[in-house]
Design a protein around this ligand. Structure first.
Ligand code: BGC
Length: 808
């Protein structure tokens, strides 16, 4: 290094230390490759390994925690000092990476999560607050079927990431909602990979438009929480490519996320984070991903395998992992050139980050404007399941009796790392009051007093992580006295009954009463209140404030309407009332099937898998309940349903459902006409167009779904598969819109294991345009003359054992 360089580096280091914020002008003079060359082995190891997870706990407690959870940091060393400092950049984030100002390397702050930025809302010794917006959960966004809307949410979310000084948001999450019981379904979009992929791509575009990054997660096949750290998912190559990887492929290719987070689980015998097949052959070679891959927090077990696989960063990491990595290079177990590649990928992203660019942060995002975004989005993603004339509220409705615990303790989002620290949640009651409706203090007092008592005795172990990280686990529903319902029916104009559910990271739900099924108090509540109001000629409406699917078939026709509000973010009560009052006409449709019974689903026989007896191991079939976040129980789940996930199963095998994929009602009606295909013979692409007319009395939007049925000659196919979707603008009564969709060969292709390629088979295809997967409004056919090989891809992730697969 020459003298003038040395001096300028020194000045920059001093400036950096003085400002508390890194300026990156040093490295702007250096290429990333040069930076890598200038790094010591120790620095490389420190960079690829995160700095441990930091909980703002008293030192006496923290010291006792494992290294990756903040323990064991020796702050007398230069590394320890640096880590201690950078952990303070943005309190409450999930992870940080090392910085070396003298080399022009800035730290990256990685923060959760899908429903908004998760940081600490307050800082010791400060009166300022750092709240973030709790946006509607992913399931709500998918139910809007509106990628533009989702992109606008991403823009607002990414703005908070930027204004608060984070670099990468650990979102979106797009695992497939394979089974209704997965505890994290609220963070995921859909049972369908096209919906999941398009939603994720829109979200990534929105967030990244702010110049901050995303980490699409959890790659891949992380469809359950039970033993998530060790479960081995046995899945066919075809189901893997068509169902579980397809959404990620769409997101990678359409939106170029800066990073990918590998998942905890194994797939066909190999940890995702250690799978060269997954992270290099598929992600990079087949799809062209250019960013870096990080582990999920504590995922995998062999750091050398992870580096070799192309898992560039280990999170949260610890000083022990750094040591292991250095020794691996020194002993020749890991080629330093591999490590250099990992480092280079991390630095290639670093140069894009706000911290590297020296972007000034305001700490003052426009939370008011974002509250408006979340309010509107949530209303657009709610799904009207039943409506027997109760909604929208008639003009004479002024007095509303709200029943159900969750009316008073509304749930804005799920638990765990996806739980945002928002300033407030608008309850249903507040939403009603804000809109000028009169509510009843006597009901409010009764419910609040009951919940306060019930919370004291509630079983806190139900979800350990929710207890640790915050998040609302609702108390059991209060048993309502019939006389209360009758008294209220005499005074109020209408009844609302909210049924609440919550779940999240660290645990799956159960097919039991009080979880997937409504419990006795809830069912009695619906019946008692509806009967009392009907006796007075008044109506009752059920609101589902849920993060995942519940059973509805046994009770949904008792009340006069059922609105699935999901967990609609912090403005929840306002959003629900916007729909109830008719200010917003519901246009959401289900992005997942509501089965009649849990057992009707195709994964119910094998979810969440079984313990695997390993030689010499203790009996591991013992208690698997409760907290399964960090345990490594040998466990296996075999995806025998293969490609028949969600509607692909229900529609193909004619299994009756409560509400089918794509279902949702409106306050108006739509007529579909003039289905046109650009050609009857497929020539690389066919354009489908259809007219949609609002034939009702109020303005509304319609989600239009395009399904295709394939010949399925050699490659067995489900009855139909979604190939495109769109949503009209708000159509006034009598107005029409023409929607058109381009269908190319890739949208029709299936994965052929024999040739390891995507193939669109020759033969006749039927295009079905519908208002749901069952409510098909128009059909047309076209033919493909010869088999088309869309893409030849890598042979990868082949199951190591045979297993029975479902067939038509
Ligand atoms: C979760 C991730 C999350 C990470 C960091 C993990 O336990 O699975 O979704 O991003 O923690 O908080």
């Amino acid at each position: 290094m020459n003298e003038s360089r040395r001096i300028s580096l020194l000045i920059l280091s001093i400036l950096f230390l003085a400002s508390g914020y890194v300026s990156a002008s040093v490295s702007q003079q250096k290429s990333v490759k040069e930076i890598v060359k200038s790094m010591s082995l120790e620095q490389k190891a420190q960079l690829v390994i995160g700095t441990g997870m930091y909980f703002p706990l008293p030192d006496s407690i923290r010291e006792k925690m494992p290294p990756s959870f903040g323990g064991g940091l020796d702050t007398s060393t230069p590394y320890g000092k640096m880590v201690d400092k950078i952990r303070g950049y943005l309190p409450g984030t999930a992870g940080v990476t090392a910085e070396y100002p003298e080399l022009g390397i800035t730290s990256q702050t990685l923060a959760d999560g899908p429903a908004g930025l998760r940081i600490s809302p307050s800082r010791p010794g400060e009166t300022d607050t750092y709240y973030c917006t709790a946006f509607p959960i992913a399931t709500v966004m998918a139910s809007s079927w509106d990628t533009e809307l989702v992109e606008s949410v991403g823009k607002a979310m990414g703005k908070e990431v930027l204004e608060y000084g984070a670099d990468v948001l650990l979102a979106p999450a797009l695992n497939i909602q394979r089974d209704p019981l997965c505890g994290r379904n609220f963070e995921y979009y859909s049972e369908d990979p096209l919906v999941a992929g398009k939603m994720a791509a829109a979200m990534v575009k929105g967030i990244q438009s702010n110049g901050v990054g995303t980490s699409i997660k959890h790659f891949a096949v992380n469809n359950q929480e039970t033993n998530r750290m060790s479960v081995d998912v046995i899945v066919s190559e075809r189901a893997l490519r068509e169902i579980y990887l397809k959404g990620f492929k769409i997101a990678v290719q359409e939106s170029e996320p800066w990073t990918v987070m590998s998942s905890y689980n194994k797939v066909n015998g190999v940890y995702a984070s250690e799978s060269h097949d997954l992270l290099t052959k598929i992600l990079r070679n087949d799809w062209g991903f250019k960013g870096y891959v990080m582990t999920d927090w504590g995922g995998g077990s062999d750091v050398v395998a992870q580096m070799n696989a192309g898992n560039d960063m280990i999170q949260p990491g610890s000083t022990a992992t750094i040591k292991t990595l250095i020794e691996a290079v020194e002993s020749g177990k890991l080629d330093e050139a591999v490590l250099d590649t990992n480092v280079e990928r991390i630095l290639n992203i670093m140069v894009e980050t706000p911290r590297y660019k020296g972007t000034k942060i305001s700490n003052k995002p426009d939370l008011k404007a974002h509250a408006e975004v979340t309010r509107q989005t949530a209303a657009d993603g709610m799904v009207l399941l039943e409506n027997n004339g109760a909604l929208p509220f008639a003009k004479n409705i002024k007095n509303v009796a709200a029943f159900g615990n969750s009316s008073y303790d509304f749930i804005s989002g799920g638990t765990g790392s996806g739980d945002v620290n928002e300033a407030y949640t608008v309850s249903l009651l507040q939403g009603l009051e804000n809109a000028g409706y009169k509510t009843y203090d006597e009901l409010k007092n009764t419910y609040e007093a009951y919940m306060e008592e019930a919370r004291k005795t509630q079983d806190k172990s139900r979800n350990f992580l929710a207890a640790l990280m915050g998040g609302k686990i609702p108390v059991d529903e209060m048993a309502l006295d019939a006389t209360v319902a009758e008294e209220m029916a005499a005074k109020a104009d209408i009844a609302l009954i909210t049924i609440g559910r919550n779940a999240g990271e660290g645990g799956d739900r159960e097919a039991v009463e009080g979880d997937f099924y409504l419990n006795k108090n809830e069912k009695d509540l619906i019946k008692t209140v509806t009967d009392a109001f009907h006796a007075k000629g008044k109506k009752a409406v059920v609101i589902l404030n849920i993060g995942g699917v519940v059973e509805t078939a046994s009770w949904s026709t008792i009340p006069d309407a059922v609105l699935c509000a999901w967990q609609p973010g912090q403005e929840g009560g306002n959003s629900v009332v916007d729909v109830l009052s008719g200010k917003v006409n519901p246009s959401g449709k289900l992005a997942q099937t509501f089965p009649v019974k849990y057992e009707d689903g195709s994964s119910s026989d094998n979810f969440p898998g079984v313990a695997v007896k390993t030689e010499g191991a203790e009996d591991n079939t013992a208690d698997q309940s409760g907290f399964s976040m960090m345990r490594r129980v040998p466990w296996e789940v075999v995806y025998e349903e293969d490609i028949y996930v969600g509607y692909r199963y229900f529609n193909t095998f004619d299994v009756p459902v409560a509400y089918e994929f794509g279902y949702g009602k409106s306050y108006t009606t739509f007529e579909y006409s003039h289905l046109k295909l650009s050609d009857k013979k497929f020539d690389g692409k066919v354009t489908v167009s259809i007219d949609v007319k609002n034939t009702g009395d109020v303005a509304g939007k319609e989600v239009v779904q395009v399904y295709a049925s394939a010949p399925g000659k050699h490659l067995e196919k489900p009855e139909e598969e979604l190939v495109a979707f769109g949503k009209t603008a708000l159509l006034k009564p009598g107005k029409s819109a023409t929607l058109s969709f381009d269908i190319d060969a890739s949208l029709l292709a299936s994965f052929d294991e024999a040739s390891t390629s995507w193939i669109t088979e020759a033969g006749d295809y039927t295009v079905k345009v519908g208002a749901s997967s069952k409510d098909i409004k128009a059909k047309a056919t076209f033919s493909v003359a010869n088999d088309i090989t869309v893409q030849q891809v890598s042979k990868a992730m082949v199951p190591q054992k045979d297993f029975e697969k479902m067939h038509r």
